[in-house]
Ligand binder design. Structure first.
Ligand code: NOJ
Length: 536
């Protein structure tokens, strides 16, 4: 790391706690499991952990349906466990950031229960979006919006009104025009900051503010396709067109919320940070979330959705860096998360995924690693009976949902459930996963885990890596990316299925994503689908 401020070029590891490590044998991961995993994470060489939700929740959407944002769900442990985890992470030199979910609460939150029990037009209802329906007797929803998990974005209440939920019907959207909402979220921010967290990942950061709530959308079904991070069967042009002006996302009002949040975080010492999940188009709009006085980082989803294509990746890297320089924010590089196909599956195999990881690890800014990515885990083709994602349920199975990337990760090959825990894992693990277990990969110098450890170590020790320094492109053959990071590092990425030879005088190998390349008499023959770091 070369930045003065830790998060600007940190390697942040996403723990999806339900699938990380189960300490009490109930088949679901928990906070004590995360504590048990800290030595592994410290040894891996990451700088921080982003911990996905562990708050009180009926768990209809993997904990992103929060019924009490200032308490821990018993499935994960207790508030004492959370405090212990924060302390234990810090004592190993790891920062810890947690999720905050401002777009919606769970329908089990006391506010929503109160709202359902209160009359139309009441103060309790005005914390959410309750409207009368259309049609003669209000029997039709107030508009034609579709939930991100499919099906209508409105559900009717027993007294005939409808409430808005852009996600599951158990996730009513909050009305940010109501001051109770901002006051409550400020309380939540302070609650976790006081407990010692180093920052927040903001869920659906482009939600919150909503305009024109009663207006229909011309193409709601296709809009939802375009909004899904795991829906790749859409052209970039169509996606950009559909997402250019979404009535319920990326409205001007969200920025006011984040300026207030920034001021709260700045009251605390220790460079507390925020990272926005804001999937917005054109990508230049993402930079607006990280303007001075607002949030710190925004996930780079545009890069994440690209295929293994040198020209497209180069163009996206250039665009990202240029857009963020204007607002003085660092870039982030993300290859997958708990909502997307795993990178190995998305990009077409482990070899390409390793080369892609080494490319992103060499770029200026911060990186995010989703648990199991370092092991090279693929997505799992689960039987339908095992699937639990509301996207699968609400779509009647036509959308397979996101469980495929959430299968509990393998720790020790020879133990039951690969050492994840003694209970029956909440999603079945494939019987081929012993090869990916941490203990197996740790012994194998050619494993994905070994590669990640080496590259993360170099990010700490090599003066050209991390930081926000300049990246200078060098002309390269078709299908190859070639650039320098100063001082002394050159990066070559071959995205082709064939070897490529090129001149690179006076350099030696520093790290390679796969073996087989040759460097002789100033000529590099780089193997197919390989990234190489060269030292000058
Ligand atoms: C984004 C989260 O990453 C995802 O898992 C969740 O379903 C939605 N936001 C709704 O909170």
């Amino acid at each position: 790391m070369n930045s003065q401020v830790w998060w600007r070029d940190a390697a942040i590891y996403q723990v999806y706690p339900r699938s990380f490590r189960d300490s009490n044998g109930d088949g679901e991961g928990d906070l004590q499991g995360v504590i048990e995993g800290l030595p592994y994470l410290a040894d891996l060489g990451v700088d921080a952990i982003w911990l996905s939700p562990f708050y009180k929740s009926p768990n209809k959407d993997g904990g992103y349906d929060v019924s009490d944002p200032r308490d821990v769900d018993p499935r994960f442990g207790t508030l004492d466990d959370a405090a212990e985890l924060i302390g234990a992470a810090h004592s190993r030199g790891l920062k810890l950031i947690v999720d905050i979910v401002p777009n919606h609460f769970s329908s089990e939150h006391e506010w929503f229960k109160e709202a359902i029990g209160s009359p139309r037009g009441s103060a309790a209802r005005s914390r959410f979006h309750f409207y009368d329906g259309r049609g003669e007797n209000g029997e039709l929803p107030p508009n034609n919006w579709i939930s991100v998990f499919r099906g209508p974005a409105w559900t009717r209440t027993p007294d005939g009104q409808w409430y808005l939920h852009l996600f599951d019907s158990s996730q009513p959207d909050l009305n940010w025009k109501n001051p109770d909402v901002s006051a409550d979220f400020e309380k939540t921010l302070r609650f976790w900051l006081d407990l010692g967290v180093d920052g927040f990942r903001i869920d659906v950061a482009h939600g919150g503010a909503k305009d024109n709530i009663l207006i229909d959308h011309p193409n709601p079904e296709r809009l939802i396709d375009a909004l899904r991070l795991d829906f790749l069967d859409i052209s970039e042009t169509e996606r950009a067109g559909l997402l250019a002006d979404v009535p319920f996302f990326d409205r001007e009002g969200v920025h006011e919320i984040y300026r207030k949040w920034r001021a709260v975080l700045d009251e605390y010492s220790g460079d507390r940070m925020t990272v926005a999940e804001a999937f917005v188009y054109p990508s230049s709009r993402a930079a607006r979330y990280v303007r001075p006085g607002e949030l710190n980082q925004v996930f780079n989803f545009n890069f994440m959705m690209l295929g293994w294509d040198a020209a497209a990746m180069r163009a996206s890297i250039e665009k990202t860096l240029a857009e963020l320089i204007d607002v003085q924010a660092p870039a982030t590089w993300v290859l997958n998360n708990h909502d997307t196909p795993r990178v190995v599956t998305r990009i077409g195999g482990a070899r390409k995924a390793r080369a892609l990881a080494m490319l992103t690890h060499s770029l200026p800014g911060g990186i995010y690693i989703y648990q199991g990515e370092e092991l090279g885990l693929p997505s799992v083709d689960l039987p339908d009976e095992a699937r639990q994602d509301p996207a699968f349920i609400r779509s009647g199975g036509s959308d397979k949902g996101r469980d495929e990337c959430r299968v509990p990760i393998p720790w020790i090959a020879s133990e039951p459930n690969y050492g994840y825990g003694t209970g029956n894992p909440w999603l079945p693990q494939p019987d081929t996963w012993a090869q990916f277990a941490m203990d197996v990969e740790a012994q194998d110098p050619t494993s994905s885990l070994t590669l990640y450890k080496e590259s993360l170590k170099l990010r700490h020790t090599h003066p050209a890596l991390g930081g926000e320094g300049v990246l200078t492109w060098i002309d390269a053959p078709h299908g190859v990316m070639h650039f320098t990071r100063e001082p002394g590092l050159e990066v070559v990425v071959n995205t082709l299925d064939t070897d490529v030879s090129m001149e690179v005088k006076g350099k030696s190998f520093l790290l390679q994503s796969a073996s087989g390349s040759l460097l002789q008499d100033g000529v590099l023959t780089i193997s197919a689908n390989t990234t190489i770091w060269l030292q000058r």
